[in-house]
Each structure stands twice: as C-alpha cells, then as structure tokens.
Design a protein around this ligand. Structure first.
Ligand code: FAE
Length: 542
C-alpha cells in the first residue's frame, strides 16, 4: 500500500525464486522457458518541438489501423501511448504476470488489485501490489468501473481475444448511416484477416479437458433450447493444442489472460503494429500521455506528458502535427474532447461531445452446477463459445472460464445485452476532471435480459445462481464493463467518417465512434470501422 513498496526502473521487487515459489513448479518451468518478446513498432521518445505529419493518440485497435494504413500510404506516423511498451521480461523471465498471482505488472497505478471477479467462495481476493504503470486499468466513475488495457497494443493486451462479427441486421440497427453491404463485403473481412481471427477445432473442443466448462455450457444451453455458438478468437489455436500436449510453455492453460498472455495470443503487437513497424514509417512513444490538442496556425500543437514507472510526470513536451487521430479508446478520447471543449481549447466541437456512451450491456453471473456437472480444474483462459439469445431475449452470453486451478462446479458467463441506457461525460471544473453520469441501477435491464437465459437454464437443470463471486450473497456482476463504447459518436460529433466537426485534420478512429453497443464483443467492429474510415480519409484528405 505505502510508497515504499513502489517499483523503480530496474528493481521490480519480485525475485524469480520468489515468483516460482509463489506459483508452483509448473508455472515456474514456463517462466524459465519464456520466449523472446513479441515484435512491435519501433519505440521512441518523441522530442519536444518536433513536427510530425500524423500523430495518433493511443495504440489500440483504432490507432493501430490508422497507423498502418497511413504509413502504407507514405505518411510518417508517431503514436503516443500512455502505457508501457510491454517488450521486456521482468526478473521472472516473463513480460506479463498471471491472473492467479497478480504482481506489480497487473494494474495501472493502483496499490491494491481490483479484480473484476473480486470474491471467491464469499471471500475477497484482492491484494496489495506496488504502484506501477501496470497493464489493466480499472477506472472508477461514479456508477461503474471501466476496465481498459494500458500499453502498446491497448485493449488487445488484456482482452479475451473473442473476435465476433455481429449479425448484419444488428450492425445495421447500431450504425444505420454506415453502408452495411460495404462493411460485410470489404471491411469486416479485412479486419478479420488483419487481426488473425480463427475458430477452435470443434473436434478438439469435444475432447480436450480444458474446455469441459464449455461443453457443460453447451449442454445446458441446448437442453433449454438456446442456440449455442462457437466464437472466433485471435488466440493461436494450434499453439493451445500444443499447450495441452505439454510441448510448449503454457499461457491460456496457465491462467494467463487479464494481465497479458506471454504466448499464444495474437495481440496487436503481433498483427497490425508489427506490420506498421515493417513499413519503417511508424514510431511509438510509450509512457507518454497526451493532455492537449490545440489549433496552431493550420496545424495542431499537442501537449504530452512523459511518465515514469509509477506514473510521475518527468517531462512535458509540445509537438506539432498536421493531423491528429484520437484513438485513446472510448473513455480516453471522450475525456480529452470533453475537457478540450469545456476549457476553450477546442471550443467549436459541437454539443454532442461526450454523449451516447454505453457499457455494451455487460453483466456477469455464475451458476452453481450439480456434482455430476464438473467444469474442470484445468480451464483454458480463452473463451470460445456462447449462447445467442439476442433476437428473443436481448442477450448474447459468453461461456467464460474460471481458471482458478481447482474444480469449482461453477458455470460463469459474461453477457452482452441490449441495454438502452446511455451516459454522458462532462467537465467538472472545480475538480479539474471529466466525470461520467452512469448509474449502477441502469444495469437492471441487462440483468433482466441475462435472466431470460439463466433463469430458464436454472429451472431446467434444477440449479441456482452463485452468490459468492461478486460479494457476499451477490448474484450479479453489475458494477463494471469491459466494453466502453461511444462519447464521440459517428455522424454526431464527427461526420460519417470520423472527421471532427469544426476542426479539419482532427479525427476520431476508435470505440468512441460507436453509440454504446455492438450487440457482441466490440473489437472486430472497431477495427472494421477504422479500416473503412481511414480508407476514405486517405483517399480524400491526404
Ligand atoms: P483501446 O484498445 O482501449 O486503446 C486505447 C489506447 O489509448 C490504450 O492503449 C490507452 O492506454 C491509450 N490512451 C488512452 N488515453 C491516452 C492519452 N491521453 N494519451 C496517450 N495514450 C492514451 O481502444 N473485446 C472483444 O471484442 N473481445 C473480447 O474478448 C474482449 N475482452 C475484453 C476483456 C477485457 C478484460 C477488457 C478490458 C476488454 C475486452 N474487450 C474485448 C474490449 C476491447 O479490448 C476494447 O473494445 C478495445 O480494446 C477498444 O479499442 P479502441 O481502439 O477503442
């Protein structure tokens, strides 16, 4: 908790021996066998006074697409990322830590973990950690905690890799102004190819121990008459088979997911950002946070704070850019734009800025199975299947892992629901910060929709909800979202391609464009929309 536990560069306070002792010999062996860091874009430290043709704020999906396509069009790009590069192993030989043993690398500037699933068997599981620029940000607003990835690769570093293309009619309902035929013929296929999306081998799913929890989820869904679907993912399925065979270091099968995967997952570092680097035109400054973007004689002056390992500001830099792409994620982009409008830096942004924010209807729950429906002590941390009751009940439920390493007899689900509530970001001048007016009670429609699935399954199976995963006698994980969307909605704050109204050369190209819900997990849609928009911008603006 205290400052003297904080971590300084080069002294991470966790010895390899201590780590191995803490995680058991299996994980220790994997740590020793750790592979070389993933390829990623050239890291740099941008120089104050520099001028760049294109500056991209953030290195998540939207930012990575923009950087790659601009570079391929011959434009030099500098990406500014507030999180770490995540390219250097710690003293345990690993870049990322495990969900079972969260350490200094786990959370963004916290002295205590804030696990999404924060209780087990009714006991709190959060623990003290040193304050550090860790990988997962649990950003707390009044009524909701918003989880986001921090580092080069953004959310792709921490997410489950579920790569879902929504049903065409659902996409058309979410973004009616976008030509759906173009999206489904060109940009979704382009995004899926660029992200390296693949599907689990169904025959392997049927037999492998690590998806017993998925098979139990399928059986229960089907016995209650719900459509069961396999869900594509960016995890390397062949690698996971080798993990199960014991021939490679384990990642998904060693509980790695929320704080990064040391192997197997094709994050943006391995896909879009690697291709961007290969152009020779893309540089990335990690541990740099953009605080202002102001008009400056036909260009934009961008103010950037350089951070140390514990979040302290070591330098403030100003650079100029011909074009600036806001790709700081729904929350990051919205916070910047709302502040810049309210403080008179970008006064001509319109009044839609900060509006239309939603949580993608996220709600979690667990069910307590009978003893004959064990879900397995070995669970792949990468989900691969779900229950699609969107049309009938407004819910799409991912059959999620509980990779605790012990048998829990629990089925666990993250549901995406058709929640109609939308919140707004606003500037609190007295406090000097941006706030979000989401209320916890607004999750009730999500709970009702999730219940259309799980009440029926419980009735059919003679089972009950788990009450020990989110508190003491608390069924619903209704305090959080993994899927923030909106705040700079396409066609309202921007034109139909992400150009910010009132400011030529400023663009939004991330999840902030999407009005609160994608009906499924969002990153394929964010990527596909970015592909569509950047193609138009390159063709017409450059
Ligand atoms: P994002 O990926 O968040 O990137 C924004 C980047 O900007 C981050 O790297 C920030 O650190 C950086 N940044 C923010 N502010 C600044 C600033 N002022 N200066 C410099 N840099 C800044 O944005 N989605 C799926 O589709 N499937 C899944 O299985 C899935 N699982 C998830 C699991 C977890 C635990 C979490 C947290 C998310 C999950 N998501 C999943 C959501 C997905 O990761 C998210 O929608 C995308 O990452 C959003 O992409 P953006 O490009 O909008």
């Amino acid at each position: 908790m205290s400052d003297n536990t904080s971590v300084r560069a080069g002294s991470h306070g966790v010895s390899r021996r201590g780590f191995i002792a803490g995680t058991g010999s299996l994980l220790g062996a994997a740590a020793l066998a750790g592979r070389a860091p993933a390829a990623q874009a050239r890291t740099a430290s941008i120089v104050s006074g520099a001028h760049v043709p294109a500056l991209v704020i953030g290195t998540g999906y939207g930012g990575s697409v923009a950087a790659l396509r601009l570079a391929q069009a011959g434009v030099d790009v500098h990406m500014i990322e507030m999180g770490r590069a995540w390219d250097t192993p710690g003293s345990d030989g690993k870049i990322f830590c495990n969900t079972r043993e969260p350490d200094y690398r786990s959370y963004w500037l916290r002295t205590r973990t804030k696990a999404p699933l924060n209780y087990f068997l009714g006991f709190p599981i959060d623990r003290d950690i040193p304050r550090y620029t860790g990988i997962l940000d649990a950003e707390e607003f009044g009524g909701i905690t918003v989880y986001q990835g921090r580092g080069v690769g953004g959310g792709s570093l921490v997410n489950g890799g579920m790569a879902v293309t929504p049903r065409r009619e659902n996409f058309a309902a979410v973004l009616p102004s976008v030509n759906a035929a173009e999206m489904y013929d060109v940009y979704y296929p382009r995004a899926n190819a660029g992200l390296g999306v693949g599907l689990i081998d169904p025959a392997w799913f049927d037999t492998t121990a690590c998806y017993q929890y998925g098979r139990v989820g399928r059986k229960h869904a089907q016995r209650s008459g719900f459509p069961f679907v396999f869900v594509p993912d960016v995890y390397d399925w062949d690698y996971m088979k080798q993990e199960a065979a014991g021939t490679v270091p384990k990642s998904a099968l060693a509980g790695e997911i929320l704080y990064g995967n040391n192997h197997g997952k094709k994050s943006l570092q391995q896909t879009y950002l690697a291709r961007a680097r290969a152009t020779g035109r893309v540089a990335v400054s990690p541990l740099h946070r953009v605080t202002s973007v102001a008009p400056a004689g036909g260009r934009y002056a961008v103010t950037i704070e350089q951070l140390d390992d514990t979040g302290g500001v070591t330098a403030t830099k100003t650079v100029t850019a011909d074009r600036v792409f806001f790709a700081a994620g729904s929350v990051g982009t919205s916070k910047l734009l709302v502040k810049l409008k309210a403080t008179g830096v970008l006064p001509h942004l319109n009044d839609e800025v900060g509006k239309g924010w939603g949580d993608n209807g996220n709600v979690m729950c667990g069910r307590a199975n009978h003893m004959w429906d064990a879900t397995g002590s070995l669970q792949s941390a990468i989900p691969c299947c779900g229950i699609d009751n969107w049309a009938a009940g407004g819910a799409f439920a991912e059959v999620a892992p509980l990779p605790t390493g012990i048998e829990t007899y629990a089925s666990f689900y993250l549901s995406i629901t058709r929640n109609p509530h939308r919140a707004q970001f606003s500037w609190n001048a007295a406090a000097g910060r941006v706030e979000l007016n989401w209320q916890t009670a607004w999750k009730q429609p999500s709970i009702d929709m999730a219940k259309t699935i799980f009440d029926k399954i419980n009735a059919k199976e003679g089972t009950i909800y788990r009450t020990d995963l989110f508190g003491v006698y608390k069924i619903w994980g209704d305090h959080l979202t993994y899927h923030p969307l909106g705040g700079a909605v396409l066609g309202r704050v921007t034109d139909g391609y992400g150009r910010l109204a009132g400011y030529p050369g400023l663009y939004v190209i991330d999840g902030a464009l999407i009005p609160g819900n994608t009906t499924v997990n969002p990153f394929v849609t964010i990527t596909a929309l970015a592909e569509r928009n950047i193609e138009k911008i390159i063709a017409t603006d450059l």
